[in-house]
Design a protein around this ligand. Structure first.
Ligand code: AMP
Ligand code: ZN
Ligand code: ZN
Length: 502
């Protein structure tokens, strides 16, 4: 899917972070003669020591003079990079303008955020999306294709309480981390309780899901890790909150209860920031605040009843594996799939089924390819896409239909969520074009210097969003004529170093 264009004035100033870092484009420069070379090295080493001192003691956000490339801010207290990945479930893009939310806006103002939000994967549901964020894979690759679904071969049923590793494909960040000798900790995240690779949800670093744990306690547990000896501090941590999804389902996105819920989320972010500041590590920690999907109101009788399709096809209840907003159907083997799709669409377009024009059925392989929702045997063969805010039901009833829902096509802006990142690797006050959440895996792998597992994110994405690494030992590569963090005019014949070489 194309990234949303920038609105005029939204565009970030072009920094080196936006430019490719490869050396290939640089013109090779002649090597200086050996005496002048030695002099240059001595001179620049002296400059380097001065500038690293300046960097360490300079106030962080002031642009550094003549800096050839903005680099990450140096960490002051923590020895290694640290990432806290926070999910606020169902935090629709735009909720952050419902109230002042000073703490979230502090992260936005001094960090990097996605212009028109983070794009979830389809289906825009909690488990598929959290696991896409953690693995960088689309649901068709990581196997969590819905919150609930049967395995058509074994007949076993997946629920949000299924922790057997057979369901959970791909490699989530906590596994990538521990398998590369990096400590990780999870305070709830779909998939985090599953044994995989070197990760077995260790008691000290992994919480078993319990929605009744107060949010304050979750934040305080994360803060507690910073009181451990430095070799026990996890470098990667997850923190999950059920709100404002919980309220969104009950009352829809436009109710004062949502404003209250996001204000509470802001307090939790404030509690985290305060705790990190009290420990002197706030500026050293990379905080990535995301949601899994948005929310849309479902009032106004936007309903489609499958029973009204009876003149074309009588759908049995047990063919319907999920109803709304993701309609997923597996008819018995003796029916031709294409026949079922054609008959349903014929009925829906006949004008005789209420709201029929807002639902369209597909063989999964005919779904728009941008949805990446066909190549897994767990995905039922027939999928229906409904218009935003519509719901599908078997029969008419007197149920109260007002509330909120998600699960729709990820092209709807109402399904977008937030991406707000703050820390040494994120430029302050920067707004980047919106992107899909499968990119996040590579970003975190890059911050933590981990070799990423194969995934659906783009390998070059981290370079577009992260500040290049800060090297506090200024490197001078005589052979390659490379300088890192060279803040002064370069001697003739020298080129600026690629930070990844530091
Ligand atoms: P959804 O139905 O897609 O809105 O899912 C949101 C719900 O998923 C939350 O309110 C929780 O009840 C549940 N949930 C979130 N994380 C977990 C988890 N790690 N384990 C079990 N259930 C979870
Ligand atoms: Zn959710
Ligand atoms: Zn939900």
């Amino acid at each position: 899917m194309a990234a949303a264009p920038f609105a005029a004035g939204d565009s970030p100033s072009p920094t080196a972070a936006l430019l490719p870092h490869s050396h290939s484009g640089a013109t090779p420069s002649p090597r200086p003669s050996s005496t002048s070379s030695r002099l240059h090295i001595l001179l620049t080493a002296a400059l380097a020591i001065t500038t690293s001192y300046l960097l360490l003691h300079h106030h962080h956000r002031t642009p550094l003079s003549a800096a050839p490339a903005a680099t990450a801010r140096p960490q002051v207290k923590l020895e290694k990079p640290v990432v806290i990945l926070i999910s606020s479930d169902g935090f629709r893009f735009g909720y952050h303008h419902k109230a002042p939310l000073p703490h979230i806006h502090r992260l936005i103002g001094n960090g990097t955020s996605a212009a028109t939000g983070l794009i979830p994967v389809f289906p825009t549901l909690t488990f598929p999306n959290h696991y896409s964020i953690a693995t960088g894979l689309y649901p068709s690759s990581h196997g969590i294709i819905n919150n609930y679904f049967p395995d058509p071969i074994s007949g076993d049923y997946f629920t949000m309480a299924s922790h057997e590793s057979k369901w959970w494909l791909g490699e989530p960040l906590w596994v990538t981390a521990v398998d590369q000798g990096i400590q990780a900790a999870t305070y709830f995240w779909p998939g985090s309780e599953v044994k995989k690779g070197g990760w077995d949800c260790p008691e000290k670093y992994c919480r078993h899901y319990n929605g009744s744990v107060p949010f304050e306690e979750r934040v305080d547990s994360i803060l507690g890790y910073f009181d451990l000896p430095s070799d026990e501090l996890p470098q990667f941590m997850t923190l999950y909150f059920e709100d404002p999804d919980h309220q969104g389902h009950q009352v829809g996105p436009d109710d004062p209860a949502i404003t209250e819920a996001v204000e509470h989320m802001d307090e939790m972010i404030g509690r985290l920031i305060d705790g990190l500041e009290a420990r002197g590590v706030f500026e050293d920690v990379n905080i990535i605040l995301v949601g899994d999907h948005g929310m849309v109101g479902t009032c106004d009788k936007k309903l489609v009843f499958l029973e009204e399709l009876a003149p074309w096809i009588e759908l049995e209840k047990d063919w319907v594996l999920s109803m709304t907003p993701l309609l997923a159907i597996r008819p018995p083997d003796d029916l031709l799939l294409q026949d079922v799709v054609s008959k349903m669409n014929e009925g829906l377009r006949s004008g005789k089924v209420e709201n029929g024009e807002y639902l369209r059925m597909y063989l999964k392989e005919d779904l728009p390819s941008r949805l990446h929702y066909s190549e897994n045997y767990r995905i039922p063969p027939i999928i229906g896409l409904v218009e935003e805010g519509y719901k599908v039901e078997m029969k008419r009833s007197n149920k109260n239909e007002c509330g909120g829902a998600h699960g729709y096509d990820n092209a709807f802006f109402s399904m977008r969520t937030i991406f707000i990142a703050h820390g040494p690797r994120f430029e302050g006050g920067r707004v980047v074009p919106s992107f899909e959440n499968v990119e996040i895996y590579n970003v975190i792998a890059s911050i933590l210097n981990m070799e990423p597992a194969p995934n659906n994110g783009s390998a070059s994405f981290p370079d577009t969003i992260l500040l290049p690494k800060f090297c506090d030992n200024v490197a001078i590569f005589q052979e390659e004529q490379v300088y890192c963090n060279q803040l002064q005019e370069l001697p003739a014949g020298y080129s600026v170093g690629n930070n990844s070489q530091c």
